[in-house]
Design a protein. Structure first.
Length: 158
């Protein structure tokens, strides 16, 4: 079970990269849906979230029942200049983080996915559930990126 999830998690890095490929900086920073994040902002959000989530997983692996602290994603987007930073660099960091974290996850025994941490807002969560959260979070946001690409007249051809 974990092997398939790890591979899905690992491939997510390439998924984000291909979702933003071929877009100009102006298109990445555009707001095709008013009052929502740009594709660049979504990409930076995914990078930051993934770094936080991988830190949580590492602590769940290395420590006994660590406290996992939430963060304000809107404050990150606003105060960390998401729409001024390089979304391609963020996608590269996202991909490299996924590759690196996957190399840790694949060495774990199946029983390790039952290790827990306690989130300060959501309560106890297992490592396996955290891995699934990472997968689901990316899939959730990729849908928004693809929709915005369509609105910009830049759909991905499959």
């Amino acid at each position: 079970m974990a092997d398939a999830k790890i591979e899905t998690y690992r491939q997510g890095g390439k998924l984000l990269d291909s979702a933003i490929a071929g877009l100009s900086l102006a298109e990445l920073r555009a707001y095709p849906v008013p009052k929502t994040w740009s594709i660049a902002e979504i990409t930076l959000h995914l990078m930051d979230s993934d770094l936080v989530l991988s830190d949580r997983m590492k602590r769940m692996i290395a420590e006994d029942n660590p406290t996992l602290i939430g963060f304000d994603e809107s404050a990150f987007a606003k105060n960390l200049f998401y729409n001024r930073l390089d979304p391609h660099a963020a996608a590269d960091i996202f991909n490299r983080n996924r590759l690196f974290m996957s190399s840790i996850l694949e060495h774990l025994p199946e029983t390790a996915y039952q290790r827990v941490g306690t989130h300060n807002q959501r309560g106890k969560i297992t490592l396996g559930a955290m891995l699934q959260t990472c997968i689901d979070h990316l899939e959730h946001h990729i849908k928004f990126i693809l929709h915005k690409r369509q609105l910009l007249g830049k759909p991905i051809r499959r």
